[in-house]
Design a protein around this ligand. Structure first.
Ligand SMILES: Nc1ncnc2c1ncn2[C@@H]1O[C@H](COP(=O)(O)OP(=O)(O)OP(=O)(O)O)[C@@H](O)[C@H]1O
Ligand SMILES: [Mg+2]
Length: 371
């Protein structure tokens, strides 16, 4: 017996009706009528629970789907779907067990359909398998493993040098001691930087990245970064800065834009080759609302090997790194997070001279009261 739910005519976006068959739904759907009997049990529900529609349809919900919570209590008795408060309309998603030889875990959410405060007319149950959640948990576990690994190597080096210095202080010359301390210092910086990056990532992932806007001169910021790199020993001839006029007014978070420029320029110097060209131009920027405004674009291109075509979709993901030249592979993930928090966009292409060409566009970001 197939589910008894009729095909539904629903309006599609284009206005023409499409029919919806519950068996086409990706999630399990179980509906019990006002008497508590199961009237719909779609194909995904059968897949998630391992029960056949025949064994479920027409039977009371609590018998047909004997869910238990993780403490082993009978879920339907606990929640009393047809009783309970008359203002109750839903039960948020819970992780429950279906007893049986397989002992399946399912994610269950429930809607109680009622008119006003009247009796429950239908209980609609959505069922999902737990694979998706397992996958997220696995990716968290992988993230923790990667972070632990990234933190361990500099700390191992710090520990090694400090232990050696403490044990054999007298046996080293001043120069040797200085060299070791410099390495310890650099490794400590690496750990500090990694932790700062991880904090940024957690803010980006949880949508808590705050953008404190103020007027920003992007051309001046670019020149400041170039001067900084030159002062740090990168030859001045490696940079070419071009500024298109007139640049529109830009309101942005100056510190965060510095992070973006810092990473893109450092990447171009470290992972790229030849001349690094930085262009700052006025550019059309499309906002989420679809409104197009005059924004500012920055393009950083170099003459190095560029990003291989097949890796382009992965450059902005965390911990991806193409070359072995240092770095943790977090930079571009943070860059993208910051640009997007400003309502902007970023992309990478093959530059005119073969290298990588990163281009981000920021909307003007002028606060409503001033716009
Ligand atoms: N201009 C570039 N030319 C070639 N490859 C690049 C360029 N910029 C980035 N990449 C590649 O993209 C990878 C990811 O860059 P990302 O900035 O995210 O990390 P990273 O520079 O390795 O480390 P981090 O920035 O966290 O110190 C780099 O490891 C590098 O392989
Ligand atoms: Mg980087």
């Amino acid at each position: 017996m197939k589910s008894q739910f009729p095909r539904q005519r629903v309006a599609s976006e284009s206005g023409s009706p499409v029919s919806l068959d519950p068996d086409e739904l990706p999630d399990g759907l179980v509906i019990a009528d006002e008497t508590g009997c199961v009237v719909v049990f779609n194909a995904a529900a059968a897949r998630v629970t391992g029960l056949s529609a025949e064994s479920v349809l027409g039977r009371p919900l609590d018998e047909a789907l004997p869910l238990e919570d993780l403490e082993g209590r009978r879920w339907w008795q606990l929640t009393d779907p047809y009783g309970g408060l008359d203002i109750r309309t839903r039960q948020p998603e819970r992780n429950l067990l279906l007893p049986g030889p397989g002992g399946r875990e399912v994610l269950v959410s429930v809607r109680y359909v009622r008119e006003g405060r009247g009796p429950v007319q239908r209980v609609v149950v959505a069922l999902r398998g737990t694979e998706a959640r397992r996958r997220t948990e696995r990716s968290h576990a992988e993230l923790i493993a990667t972070v632990a690994h990234e933190l361990r190597s500099p700390l191992t080096s710090v520990k090694g040098f400090t232990a050696t210095l403490l044990q054999k202080w007298e046996r080293f010359t001043e120069d040797q001691k200085k060299l070791m301390l410099e390495t310890v210092d650099a490794d400590a910086n690496r750990v500090t930087r990694l932790i700062a990056e991880l904090l940024d990532i957690s803010r980006i992932d949880s949508g808590r990245l705050e953008v404190r806007r103020q007027p920003v001169r992007l051309d001046a910021a670019v020149r400041r970064h170039v001067d900084g790199l030159v002062a740090a020993g990168v030859p001045e001839e490696r940079f070419a800065v071009r500024v298109g006029e007139p640049l529109p007014l830009l309101w942005a978070d100056a510190d965060k834009i510095d992070q973006v420029l810092g990473n893109l320029l450092e990447n171009a110097v470290r992972h790229g080759e030849g001349t690094v060209t930085i262009e700052v131009d006025p550019a059309k920027s499309e906002e989420a609302t679809g409104r197009v405004r005059e924004g500012t674009a920055v393009t950083v291109s170099d003459q190095g090997p560029g990003i291989p075509e097949e890796s382009i979709p992965r450059v902005f993901t965390r911990f991806w790194r193409g070359s072995k030249r240092g770095g943790t592979g977090l930079g571009l993930y943070i860059v993208k997070g910051i640009v997007e928090a400003h309502g902007g966009t970023i992309r990478v292409d093959r530059g005119p001279e073969g290298g990588a060409s990163f281009r981000f566009i920021l909307p003007p970001g002028i606060p409503e009261v001033l716009a």
